[in-house]
Design a protein around this ligand. Sequence first.
Ligand code: UD1
Length: 432
Amino acid sequence: MERFIITGGHPLLGEAEVSGAKNAILPILAASLLCEEECFFEKIPLLEDVFVMCDVLRHYGVKIRWQGSSLHIDPRQLENKDAPEFLMKKLRASNLILGPLLSRFSSACLPYPGGCAIGSRPMNYHMSALTQLGAEICDFGSCIRAKASCLHGTEICLDFPSVGATENIMTASVKACGDTVIRNAAREPEVVDLADFLNKMGARVTGAGSDTIRVQGVNRLKGAEHKVIPDRIEAGTLMIAAAITGGDVLLKGLDPQSSSAVIAKLRSSGVIVKEDSAGVRVIAKKRPRATDIRTMPYPGFPTDMQPQFMAYAVTACGTSVIAENIFENRFKHADEMRRMGADIKIIGEAAVVRGKENITGAQVEATDLRAGAALVLMGLYARGETTVDNVFYIDRGYQRLENSLAALGADIVRRSYDASGWPRQAAQSPCS
Ligand code: UD1
């Protein structure tokens, strides 16, 4: 087990390169199952979730070769098998292989995926959409079996712009007979990146980034090369790290538009955010003003930035109201933040956060990926030492977060500990 030990109070200063987006590469890796030729990917973030997705692909016979942060994928020896339950349960995004497998083999069996415990996260939109494309779906509660001798294009209107359902429909329909129209589609930049990759493989996908995506079925897909877009959630986390510590950080390579909701909220809290061709520079000179947020599908404020923004609101002048509209159980970090002196009241789907200047370091526990990142942000601000346990959650979505923060001047180290909480020898970073 590993933990971060953070001594707060150091303003973050300097430049940081944003990693490739976790939520873009996961569906793209799944989509590589669709073709019978090699694919090559650049700017892959070296994260636990990516390694698990690679293990899932290996299970199906895909050959995978790493070259630094680039990846060769060779799906020529693909075999249809039941999915490996222990791997599928390790990440929610394992559900994204359903569309590609169904398209490639006409049948698929998928245990219910795992991932962060932030809500019930059902699969009903995915199953209903695949049924409309002509699949026969049996939901056994613990797993889903899908069969389709021929998928045929149709018009699907999603009840909610689910990111995963939109992506599974896209991958299931690229080789279907006829045209598919997805209405109320997710508009996230990661959906656009998936469409770009599919089109490089020879698919005909238009409208990604709008609420109507059209997929014209093609017979065959070829291998392709693709560079993953920058991770807007990692970037947002680093922006708040700069803001919460009164720092000045330039995030290189970030498309500011993909982070516009977070940038707008930082500006309304009093932070200077400059956007130019080099990236996004965040300059914080004083304590932030309280700011309300409501999480929404893109281009609204991302739920994956809600815990980090709560950490920021904890330190602000005044009271902020944070409404969580995407996941029903995404305020677990509030309990841990209270251990550090935060004043947070949860009222249904809203958190009322009364900002305080004095936040004190404490021993806290990451309860999920973004909650863990939010506690690290609190530690960067707090007086004294903060210990964040369960770093494995943070490693699922950040490539050595401690290295990115330490390079900007944060006092943060990773330490191993045993089950009784005693320290072990310092951990060696495989990625540093
Ligand atoms: C993706 C992201 C995740 C992000 C989320 C919302 C990836 C790998 N993960 O997750 O980081 O937090 O989008 O931006 O890209 N829902 C249903 N039935 C379904 C599918 C979803 O009720 O069949 C509900 C979910 O419970 C949730 C909401 O729809 O309340 C949004 O979920 P969805 O957009 O599907 O999230 P994911 O694709 O799982």
